[in-house]
Design a protein around this ligand. Structure first.
Ligand SMILES: NC(=O)c1ccc[n+]([C@@H]2O[C@H](COP(=O)([O-])OP(=O)(O)OC[C@H]3O[C@@H](n4cnc5c(N)ncnc54)[C@H](OP(=O)(O)O)[C@@H]3O)[C@@H](O)[C@H]2O)c1
Length: 212
């Protein structure tokens, strides 16, 4: 049975990925602040102590994970010059916590030949109005992905950059937007990518919204 660790499987895309993994009889372990329908490790990715405790717990109880999906993220929006939200917190959750988790689990990742999936965004690749800090954090995710791909070039470890455009989730306080993609469709795509033979790494995939 495959074991999958997913950050942020308590809602949105992570939740849908977890459901599909369970359908495939994978053991799903969620890492987030709130509980999920799966096995939970409660962690706040903005908190170093919480990350360290999580890493120790994983090393002790789930050292044999096959897939690690780095999906947690937040998206507060303000124009430059008017930003009042906690910028440090945004970077901690969207990139710093992710890097720390991967760094501290790296020995196991190498041992297990773990598939790594990073949920970036189309904001990893372009800028947009009001999204400056979010885009900056997601560009950092892309930088980390590309560098890891270089570092792991000769290892049997796939590093997948998954970059969706807007989809309905709790990211914008649960506001459903017409014409936005659905997280379950994106989750299906991710599972298809993971199902490919280990000899195939989809290094980067960009999924844009399309008007119908
Ligand atoms: N929705 C979109 O339009 C869109 C587009 C492109 C990319 N994305 C990316 O897709 C990913 C999933 O987001 P989503 O849209 O599915 O939003 P969501 O429904 O809000 O899910 C976000 C997940 O991140 C977790 N999270 C937030 N703060 C955290 C923290 N401090 N520590 C640990 N986990 C934390 C949340 O869990 P807890 O609150 O339980 O901690 C939640 O499970 C994010 O990386 C997002 O940037 C979203």
């Amino acid at each position: 049975m495959k074991k999958v660790l997913i950050t942020g499987a308590s809602s949105g895309l992570g939740l849908e990925i977890g459901k599909l993994c369970e359908k495939k009889k994978f053991q799903v372990i969620n890492l987030s602040r709130n509980k999920s329908p799966f096995q939970d490790i409660i962690v706040d990715l903005s908190d170093n102590e919480s990350i360290s405790k999580t890493v120790e717990f994983v090393k002790k109880n789930h050292p044999d994970f096959d897939i690690l999906i780095l999906n947690s993220g937040i998206m507060p929006l303000e124009k430059v010059g008017q930003i009042e939200f906690d910028i440090d917190n945004l970077f901690k959750i969207n990139i710093v916590g992710t890097i720390k988790l991967v760094n501290e689990l790296f020995t196991l990742i190498k041992k297990n030949k773990t598939d790594l999936v990073f949920v970036g965004s189309t904001a990893s690749l372009k800028g947009s109005d009001k999204h400056s800090t979010y885009c900056a954090s997601k560009h950092a995710v892309e930088g980390f992905i590309r560098s890891l791909q270089v570092e792991l070039k000769n290892e049997p470890i796939r590093v997948i950059g998954f970059h969706p455009g807007g989809f309905n989730s709790n990211l914008r306080e649960g506001i459903i937007k017409e014409g936005y993609m659905e997280s379950k469709d994106l989750a299906t795509l991710m599972m298809d990518i993971l199902d490919l033979p280990k000899t195939m790494e989809v290094s980067e995939i960009v999924i844009n919204r399309k008007k119908t």
